[in-house]
Design a binder for this molecule. Structure first.
Ligand code: 5AD
Ligand code: SF4
Length: 475
């Protein structure tokens, strides 16, 4: 049963209406109270931190209904795919995974399978699901996570798949239940949505209008996290620098960041920054507080002015470099990372060489590199996608080799240095080794007791690689 279908045209609209802040807790129909007792759920999360945080809320809601988490799909009563729409290969992965569950669903018809997140907000996903993935039970979007108990009830009583996805500007929903993935590192949403409409990006359509949480609600959340012993928070938004613009309360990201820094939580990170909204006031705050970590993710996307213009990025290469240099100067030894797209429509080889030259100039500490992937509904998808797939791959390989060289070079500055590391847990590659992140967001591996997990410890670096540092625990 289709209750609501996404509509990309509608998703593109922006009004001047005030954003509604919903404080009420979620509504749980009587039938769903304790419905999850003795049942298990599995959430598979794709994409960015916004999705990670949404999954923590979904998990919180399901545990409120009595569900318990599992990581084994054969043992699940409810499987949820929280999806990402940013590139086609991310979507293909999800469809492949959902397809592979057909047999499980046939063997266990009481299993409920749901898809949510950014892919659900796309018209073409819904068409594809209705034509080829009828074994799904429920599709909901990024705007109605708080309705999950009622949506699940509908899905349980319906023989058909339930689709309830609205394309709207969105509200700010406070006080959702939350089951955080970590006991010492927390995501804190400061705003939702995006109004930048970069021509390649689907996010403004999937996540609605740029809307900020009230500063007092964010600070309350941070103070609660401190009381619970959290060591690190990451302030989240698609464009954190635009924080507060929609509120007209006379404060913005600089003020928020300063107030968060004054709570004295040991570590503060934030992402993602857009160069367009980065003010000197923000730079001053970043430089002034030692608990604001020396690591800034500042996506550049391209090193060519013509491409940047077609991308709708609102800055030139020269302006990016000025901002980059200011940040480097303001915060001692700050690590900078970026996102870069190659093969944007009509990116010539010369334009690509400009991107390589920018990488040589900035020498990033980290970079996420992507081949352009046309997203239906965005302006760039209507441009001629005229850089061939092989050429995109070749440019990506050249770019990756260059950025990787700088990762190693940058990491070398930490050789023999003692770094403060927040210990995450056993290393993914070797369970005898602990790993965590330094203040500069470098992955550090070292030997130590599991008692140190969740603590900030000193590690002296004795080996340096492109993607990690190795060291030993010191006092
Ligand atoms: N194709 C390729 N990369 C994209 N990104 C966003 N949209 C696309 C697209 N259509 C990249 C950008 C962004 C990062 C999160 O994903 O670099 O900063
Ligand atoms: Fe996050 Fe963007 Fe992917 Fe949506 S499309 S999940 S906002 S990365």
């Amino acid at each position: 049963m289709i209750k609501n279908k996404p509509n990309l045209k509608k998703a593109q609209k922006r009004s001047n209406k005030d954003v509604e802040i919903i404080e009420d807790k979620i509504y749980i129909p009587n039938e769903m109270v304790n419905y999850g007792n003795n049942k298990k759920y599995l959430i598979q999360t794709y994409g960015c931190q916004a999705n990670e945080r949404d999954s923590e809320n979904i998990s919180g809601i399901l545990e409120l209904l009595g569900y318990e988490r599992t990581y084994d799909e054969n043992n699940s009563d409810f499987i949820i795919f929280n999806t990402c729409a940013i590139r086609e290969n991310a979507e293909n992965k999800v469809f492949g995974k959902i397809g592979s569950l057909k047999k499980l669903k046939r063997d266990n018809p009481s299993l409920v399978i749901a898809l949510c997140g950014c892919m659900a907000q796309e018209e073409k996903t819904i068409e594809k699901i209705l034509s080829s993935y009828q074994h799904l039970d429920l599709v909901f979007g990024t705007h109605n996570i708080n309705n999950l108990p009622s949506l699940l009830l509908d899905a349980l009583y319906s023989k058909e798949i339930i689709v309830d996805v609205t394309s709207e500007e969105g509200q700010v929903i406070e006080n959702l239940p939350s089951n955080r993935a970590s006991k010492f590192k927390a995501w804190v949403n400061i705003m939702f949505g995006c109004d930048k409409f970069c021509t390649y990006c689907i996010v403004p359509y999937t996540r609605g209008k740029e809307r900020s949480r009230l500063m007092e609600n964010i600070l309350d959340e941070v103070n609660d996290l401190i009381k619970e012993g959290y060591q690190e928070i990451t302030l989240l938004g698609q464009n954190v620098n635009a924080y507060g613009k929609d509120l007209n309360k006379g404060y913005g990201f600089a003020k928020l960041l300063e107030n968060v820094a004054k709570t004295n939580i040991p570590r503060i990170r934030f992402m993602t920054s857009h160069p367009w909204d980065f003010t000197d006031e923000m730079i001053d705050v970043i430089s002034k507080y030692d608990n604001i970590m020396p690591f800034i993710h500042l996506p550049v996307q391209s090193g060519n002015n013509g491409v940047l213009k077609k991308m709708g990025r609102r800055y030139s290469v020269e302006e990016y470099k000025i901002l980059f240099d200011k940040l480097k100067k303001a915060k001692t030894d700050v690590a900078m990372s970026t996102d870069i797209i190659v093969g944007f429509p009509e990116e010539t080889n010369e334009a690509f060489l400009d991107t390589l030259a920018l990488v040589d100039y900035c020498q990033f500490d980290n970079a996420f590199t992507f081949a352009f992937s046309p997203r239906t509904g965005t302006p760039a998808a209507k441009m001629k996608d005229n850089v061939g797939e092989d050429e995109k791959k070749a440019r990506l390989a050249i770019l990756n080799e260059k950025v990787n060289g700088y990762f190693l070079k940058n990491n070398q500055r930490f050789f023999n240095k003692t770094l403060k590391v927040l210990v995450d847990g056993p290393s993914k590659k070797n369970s005898d080794v602990l790993s965590g992140y330094s203040e500069h967001n470098k992955l550090v591996n070292f030997k130590g007791s599991k008692m140190l997990i969740g603590k900030i410890v000193n590690v002296k670096i004795n080996d340096v690689k492109s993607f990690s540092l190795e060291g030993e625990l010191v006092d």
